[in-house]
Design a protein around this ligand. Structure first.
Ligand code: MRU
Length: 359
């Protein structure tokens, strides 16, 4: 997608040496900063501290992280150490382990001298594949939006999304946003309700910034407004991303997704999940077994932003002694999900639905 007219991907390799460039998303929407990650430590920190985030981008960044590690030490021991280090960075998005397992399996049989180049090549492939997967998710999701527009006689379609499952969360296009961008580009009149997504506000900071960059009409709302808007008939569909889908079709995504799914079910609003296949975890049967990341309470007690005098600052919003809890993801049971929009088509959110597309 474009930033001020220039096409960007959220991650790109450093052509001159062993490194990778990413957008440091902590500064958005206030500043657009591109940083170079040049060591395993830097890549691990960038994932843990959410300079980069979003399940598919976490996977692509981890793949480059392993490549960077191989550039400085391609030994068996270094491969295992880098794998373990990166695997610990964030627990919920399965794309991380998917990418690390993919690379490790390819690198282990190779001579150490061949590992650096092979790792870079595979990381680049994973990034390219992600772009194509997301483009196809958009193609497959577009007819769902078109159908709603037709049913409304061409009147504006209102879509609600949660967190950021946009191009910043992937290598390009986004998952949940890809059908939106493609429908908008096809001339369908649409508008997006953007949940702020407390506590880190990825909706307010990232999704709102992205949609504005592409000219897509949108309105930022407090997380708690979604149910009310559904009752008022102001939401025609919900599309969210996901960090992990289990074999039975349960969906882990950013905290608050489950409440939106409950409200959607109560109001007869279709609730779609944009699902790239690397986000399916066939090894876990049901959502209750997905590890849910517990993040720092500071994300709850403080809000980060630009003050009226132009400074970037974190301000405390709760008493200093208040105990804090911060589960970062929740699980939406498959029964609340209308369909999965995948790169291979749209399917019911169930074991059979997933098998019908992915065998
Ligand atoms: O904690 P984050 O910002 O990494 O969480 C991101 C989300 O929950 C996204 O909705 C999810 O990763 C899907 S990204 C295409």
């Amino acid at each position: 997608m474009k930033v001020a007219g220039t096409p960007y991907r959220s991650i790109r390799p450093d052509p001159d040496s062993a490194g990778v460039f990413v957008i440091d998303q902590r500064w958005l929407p206030h500043e657009f900063r591109v940083v170079r990650l040049g060591s395993l430590d830097e890549v691990a920190l960038a994932i843990t501290d959410m300079w980069i985030r979003g399940a598919p981008l976490i996977g692509a960044t981890a793949a480059y992280g392993l490549a960077i590690a191989m550039a400085s030490d391609p030994s068996d021991a270094a491969l295992e150490a880098a794998y373990s280090r990166l695997a610990r960075t964030r627990p919920t998005a399965i794309n991380l382990l998917w990418a690390l397992n993919d690379l490790r399996q390819r690198l282990q049989p190779l001579a150490p001298s061949a590992r650096r180049d092979a790792a870079y090549a595979r990381a680049a492939e994973i990034a390219d594949e992600d772009v194509e997967i997301n483009r196809r998710i958009g193609e497959n999701g577009l007819p769902l939006i078109r159908k709603l527009a037709e049913a409304k006689g061409g009147k504006r379609v209102n879509i609600l999304t949660h967190c950021n499952a946009g191009w910043l969360a992937t290598v390009d296009w986004g998952t949940a946003t890809s059908p939106i961008y493609q429908a908008f580009d096809a001339g369908i009149d649409l508008h997006v309700w953007v949940d702020e997504t407390r506590p880190r506000n990825q909706g307010a900071s990232l999704t709102a910034w992205e949609l504005a960059g592409h000219g897509v009409p949108h309105t930022l709302i407090a997380d708690n407004a979604g149910g009310h808007l559904m009752q008022q008939g102001e939401v025609d569909m919900v599309i969210v991303g996901t960090d992990r889908v289990t074999a039975n079709g349960d969906v882990a995504n950013k905290i608050g997704t489950y409440l939106k799914a409950l409200a959607a079910a109560d109001n007869g609003v279709p609730f779609h999940v944009a699902l790239p296949s690397p986000t399916i975890d066939w090894s876990v049967e049901r959502g209750a077994d997905i590890p849910i990341e517990e993040r720092s309470g500071r994300e709850v007690s403080h809000v980060w932003g630009r003050t009226d005098d132009g400074a970037l600052a974190a301000v405390r919003i709760s008493p200093e002694a208040t105990p804090l809890g911060n589960p970062a993801f929740d699980v939406t049971p498959a029964r609340l999900v209308t369909s999965f929009i995948t790169e291979r088509g749209v399917c019911p959110a169930s074991r059979d639905g997933l098998r019908s597309l992915f065998g």
